[in-house]
Each structure stands twice: as C-alpha cells, then as structure tokens.
Write a protein that binds this ligand. Structure first.
Ligand code: 5CA
Ligand code: ZN
Length: 413
C-alpha cells in the first residue's frame, strides 16, 4: 500500500557519528550500521482500528530519530513497516461498532498516514499490509512446514517454538515470564492439543463470519507474528539491522518473529538488534486501545495544536523510558517553540558549531533526544539572552540551526 508524503530532509554541514542503540537481546548498546548496501530497519506498524495515539506517535518518532541519525552518518536507509490490517482486535472492533472491517482498516490507516506526515516522520520505503502479503505468509508457512516446525490443531497451523534453539534469546525471559503475558498478547496458552503452550498460530482456519482466503494451507487467514516475519524477510532479506517497536512487542511478538525466521533461514540471525521504545501512559495506565485511555494525535491536530509542539513534547522523553503524557508538557512545548522561533528569527546568534555537534552526538548515543534538546535550549538562551554576543556572534547561526532541527529532530520551524 502507499505510505505518506516524505518531508524534506536538509543536508547538514558535518557528518554525524556512527550510531549506537540499546539492543534488548544483548541488553547493552550496540553499533548499528549497514553491512552491505543500506542500513535496514523493520518497525512494527499499527493495527488500524483506532489510529494514532501518542504512544504510537512516540514509538514511530523514536525510530524516525534512528532513520535520521543514520542519514546524518551518511548511510542510505531501507525502511519497512507493516500494517496489521487483518487480526482479531481489528475484527472484534469492527463487529462491535458495526462497520465493515476493511473500511475501518482503510479509514484508520489513512488517518495514521496523515498523522505521520504532520509529525514529519520519514515514511517507510515499503508500507505493507498483511492482506496484501498473504501469499508471502503462505510460502513462509510452507517452508516452516518443510523444516518440520509446523503442526495442526483442528484446521489451524501452529509453529513449534522448540524448533528454534535460540527461542527466548530476544526477551531473555524464562518460561514463567512468557506464560504470564502470552494469553494477554494474542496467544492461546490453554488451547488443548498444542505441543507447547507457547506455540503460536501461523494460519487460522476460516471461522464463521470471519474473513478468509483460499490457499495451499486451506481457507483461512495469517497469524500475527508470521505476518511480520514474512514481510521482513521479503523486503529486507534474511538478516537486517534493526527490528523495532514498543516494549510490549518484546515477547511474544519479536521473539516469535525471530524464531520463525531462524527456522526458515537456518544460520541467519533475523535482526542484528532489537530496539524497543518505552510505553507512554495516561491517567495512570499504559495508553492502549483496549483500555481506552487514549489521546489521539488527530484530536490535538484538530484543536489547532502545532504538530511540531506534539513532536517536541514527545522528544523531551528518552525513547526507552516509560512515562505519562500530561497536557502541561504540551503547553510547555508550545512556549518553547515560541522562544526558539524568536531566537531563529534573529538570523545571527551564538555559534552554531557546538550545538550541531552536541545534537548529533546525543542522537547517535542511543537516540538521546532530551540531551539534544537541552543543547538547543542552551543555544537559544545564549542567542536571546546575551549582551556581548557581538564578539562571538555567528552571522549564519540561524540558518544552520534551522537545518539541524529539521534534519536531525524532524522539527521544521
Ligand atoms: N500491529 C502490531 C505490531 S505488528 C501492533 O502492535 N499494533 S499497535 O497498533 O498495537 O501498536 C503499534 C505500535 O505502537 C507498536 O510498535 C507498539 O509497540 C506501539 N505502542 C502501542 N501502545 C503504545 C504506548 N502506549 N506507548 C508506546 N508505544 C506503543
Ligand atoms: Zn510486527
């Protein structure tokens, strides 16, 4: 499917440093850089039944920082994102509100595109729906079957997690931890007939009233995890640099994706790094569609909030932290942007070189946007505040800082 309109990304006067991010699988910082060709990134996309709340926005902006840090370091980037446009939660919502599931998915996906464009998130090169990927999923399930890792419960097909010796290495969790969340995150640990409670559905046979497609696996629809595995393998190859998403995807989603891929492509690690954004909360709980405690990007946009202020408010938090959205932080961001625009309107200002280095270094160091923003705050304070700037004033400072904010932070002022 089509993505959204790409923002302009201006060039920078200097190249950024090589980029390090926190890898969940190893628990430490790793350098992420292309091995041959572009840097390759897969970020798990939305399930389009209730588009873009601020938690989604924070996660996609985090990976947008990585995209921009890679570009600043001189790399080309190949970026793929899926849309889970057929899955249980989407079908349940469509039934509940009495709309056609296809229409619901299309409407919410379109809203997501508009939100991402407004927030100046660089679009993926491939924005791929599950429905349009059914043949990829069927092929992959057949390969997994040939590798002996698929079995049947009634007419549903399951992946045997014991087929991958490395199962568990992404989350690092023990079985009790896995079992504690599996049922709440799309799994069915209690289903009779499974070989291991943690095994996951690859192909779900048709149920009355549910959509289904004819295939060599019988009539049915894809399971969730295998959708991302199939799309990533197709568009990025057997090994790529980063798989990303929110921390709610560490287990089972990214664990299952990795195991399925590693059974289908023996000897290849799926992603070199697994990068996870913290959860944004609101009113004391994780912001989630099932809890209904949502603040929508589109609602803020419809109230004439500058999307750059939304983006700035989100960037004030490190992407790995769990934190709570408050309206006060949004209003603070609105005020900050007014100050920044005043400083930039002066043209000349405090020397730009140090703020360029500080921002690029902070972002290359595990996407540390809060530190980058502090460097900008200091430049703004120095530019607005000082008498005696004349001696050190940089006549082109504003031009450089504009470009810096736009290219590396996605803030086009
Ligand atoms: N379609 C699947 C991924 S394949 C899915 O998780 N969809 S989602 O719509 O539920 O979430 C989309 C992305 O937003 C995921 O990366 C998810 O981890 C992230 N996300 C969801 N809720 C939050 C939240 N409260 N804070 C931060 N990120 C969130
Ligand atoms: Zn996914």
């Amino acid at each position: 499917m089509h993505a959204w309109t790409a923002p302009e990304v201006p060039g920078l006067p200097v190249a950024g440093p090589s980029v390090q991010v926190h890898d969940t699988a190893t628990g430490g910082l790793v350098t992420v850089a292309p091995h041959d060709g572009p840097a390759r990134m897969y970020v798990c996309g939305i399930t389009p039944y209730d588009a873009t709340h601020l938690g989604h926005a924070a996660t996609y902006i985090a990976f947008d920082l990585l995209n921009r840090a890679w570009r600043a370091a001189g790399h080309d980037v190949a970026y793929v994102q899926n849309v889970t446009d057929v899955d249980d939660p989407l079908l349940e919502r469509a039934t509940k509100v009495g709309v056609d599931w296809v229409a619901l998915a299309e409407r919410e996906t379109e809203l997501f595109r508009q939100d991402m464009a407004a927030l100046r998130v660089i679009p993926p090169d491939h924005f791929v729906g599950a429905v349009e990927s059914i043949s990829l999923v069927v092929d992959l399930v057949q390969r997994l079957d040939a590798a002996g890792s698929v079995y049947r419960v009634d007419d549903d097909l399951y992946f045997s997690v014991t087929a991958d010796d490395a199962f568990g290495e992404i989350s690092g969790w023990d079985r009790d931890q896995m079992l504690a969340v599996f049922g709440d995150r799309g799994g069915d640990p209690e289903r009779p007939g499974k070989k291991d409670p943690l095994d996951c559905v690859l192909w779900r046979a048709e149920r009355p009233g549910e959509p289904a497609w004819d295939s060599a696996l019988g009539r049915g629809r894809p399971g969730w995890h295998v959708e991302c595995t199939a799309i990533a393998l197709q568009y990025l190859g057997s090994t790529f640099d980063v798989q990303g998403g929110g921390s709610d995807l560490v287990f089972p989603h990214h664990e299952m994706c990795a195991s399925e891929a590693q059974v289908a492509e023996p000897g290849h690690r799926f992603a070199r790094a697994y990068v996870h954004a913290g959860m944004v909360g609101y009113d004391g709980e994780k912001m989630s569609k099932s809890r209904g405690n949502l603040v929508f990007v589109s609602a803020l946009r419809n109230s004439d909030i500058d999307p750059a202020a939304i983006r700035l408010a989100l960037l004030r938090h490190h992407y790995r932290d769990d934190w709570e959205w408050t309206d006060a932080e949004l209003w603070a961001a609105v005020d900050t942007l007014a100050d920044w625009r005043r400083a930039l309107a002066l043209g000349a200002g405090a020397p730009a070189g140090p703020v360029v280095s500080a921002v690029l270094e902070a972002l290359a160091d595990d996407l540390d946007a809060p530190t980058a923003l502090e460097a900008v705050d200091s430049w703004v304070a120095a530019t607005l505040g000082q008498d005696g700037l004349a001696d050190t004033s940089d006549p082109d400072a504003a031009t450089t800082v504009y470009r810096l904010l736009d290219a590396s932070l996605g803030l086009a002022l």
